[in-house]
Design a protein around this ligand. Structure first.
Ligand SMILES: N[C@@H](CCC(=O)N[C@@H](CS)C(=O)NCC(=O)O)C(=O)O
Length: 343
């Protein structure tokens, strides 16, 4: 069975800006999927049903393969759903454009803009007064504390410091990729992956009432960015209506996943790959795989199936069978727990 015939389930919640990346990507490429809506804090029993300990959102399954991290999810969708008349490409095509697309991805996700936006949420927001949410996010981020347990940034300086980072990102887009008045980042007729990479953090934070102080970040100060956000919103909202996904509950999602074929071949462990060599990893070893930036305490435990320069794949025991969990090498690491895994 080829990937386009396999069920896709997206585990997410509406308020997650990272999950929006996947919703937009799927919709812009007309890839059908079901969604399993999640609470915005732990626990997530629907995810636990699959045997998955990873705590972040989004998670996407294609058949019986489960993919962690929005970047790996997008690159897998690119690979398993190559451009066709029904699934048009939204990816950059030239070398320069590919560089812009990829650098925007790193810039928004890894350079601190996402973290800065996340910590710019106004204290007046109801969710910011919810002790359960605050406790959950302290565990998620590991607490932005310096040595001695004291916050690095003084409380009153925290939002201004973080908003400065967000403003820098907005100003960069205004004065670079959008400076010549083009409608979309790569000068294409419609929004592309490069637009998704550039917009997700800014659009999220800009639509939260009171998050961005108007005297520093506004449509008046950054007219091109705001007009582009409006254009983008119109297109993706229309697409979302057109492709309204089916909602499944955790049991239904698990049933679909455990009952499906695998989307990919099992793969092999490259014992010569840098981390494979350093840890002496072999196929079948018991391992844990986990992110190294946020949500680091939630480790996938299972049998190592595949390892290469791009990803690690672990066979995990779920409630009703096994799934193959894929994590990217970037931003994740692996630890050996046993020569042979017993599942
Ligand atoms: N690099 C990850 C980041 C994922 C992430 O930080 N997701 C946020 C939601 S936007 C999250 O999981 N927050 C904690 C939670 O919901 O448990 C990715 O690309 O998927």
């Amino acid at each position: 069975m080829s990937a386009p015939d396999l069920p896709i389930v997206l585990y997410h919640y509406v308020f997650s800006p990272v999950a929006r990346r996947i919703v937009w990507y799927l919709n812009l490429r007309n890839i059908p999927y079901s969604q399993c809506m999640q609470p915005n804090i732990l626990p997530r029993p629907d995810v636990a049903l699959l045997g998955i300990a990873y705590r972040r959102i989004p998670i996407l399954s294609i058949g019986r393969d489960v993919y962690l991290d929005s970047r790996l999810i997008i690159s897998k969708l690119e690979q398993l759903y190559p451009p066709s008349a029904s699934h048009p490409s939204i990816s950059a095509s030239t070398g320069d454009q590919k560089a812009i697309e990829r650098l925007l991805e790193f810039f928004m996700m890894d350079s601190g803009i996402f973290r800065a936006a996340g910590t710019s949420l106004p204290p007046t927001l109801p969710i910011m007064k919810n002790p359960a949410f605050l406790k959950d996010r302290a565990e998620f981020s590991g607490g932005a504390l310096g040595s001695g347990g004291k916050p690095i940034i003084e409380k009153a300086a925290r939002r201004p410091t973080n908003i400065t980072e967000v403003r820098d990102a907005v100003a960069l887009l205004e004065s670079s990729v959008l400076a010549d008045g083009r409608e979309w980042v790569l000068g294409t007729p419609g929004p592309m992956l490069a637009d998704i990479e550039a917009i997700w953090v800014i659009k999220w934070i800009a639509t939260i009432p009171g998050a961005l102080p108007e005297e520093f970040i506004s449509a008046k100060l950054f007219p091109r960015v705001y007009a582009w956000m409006e254009r983008f919103t119109k297109v993706v909202n229309a697409k979302e209506k057109e492709h309204a996904p089916e909602k499944v509950n955790g049991e239904q999602a698990a049933e679909r996943i455990f009952g499906a074929a695998f989307a990919e071949a099992e793969g092999t462990v490259d014992e010569g790959e840098i981390i494979g060599k350093a840890l002496g990893l072999k196929k079948g070893d018991g391992v844990t795989v986990f992110p190294i930036d946020t949500g680091v305490n939630h480790k996938e435990t299972g049998r190592l199936l595949s390892l290469n320069s791009k990803e690690m794949v672990v066979e995990v025991q779920g409630k009703k069978g096994i799934v193959r969990v894929h994590a990217p090498r970037h931003g994740f690491t692996i630890s050996k727990i046993a020569e042979k895994a017993s599942l």
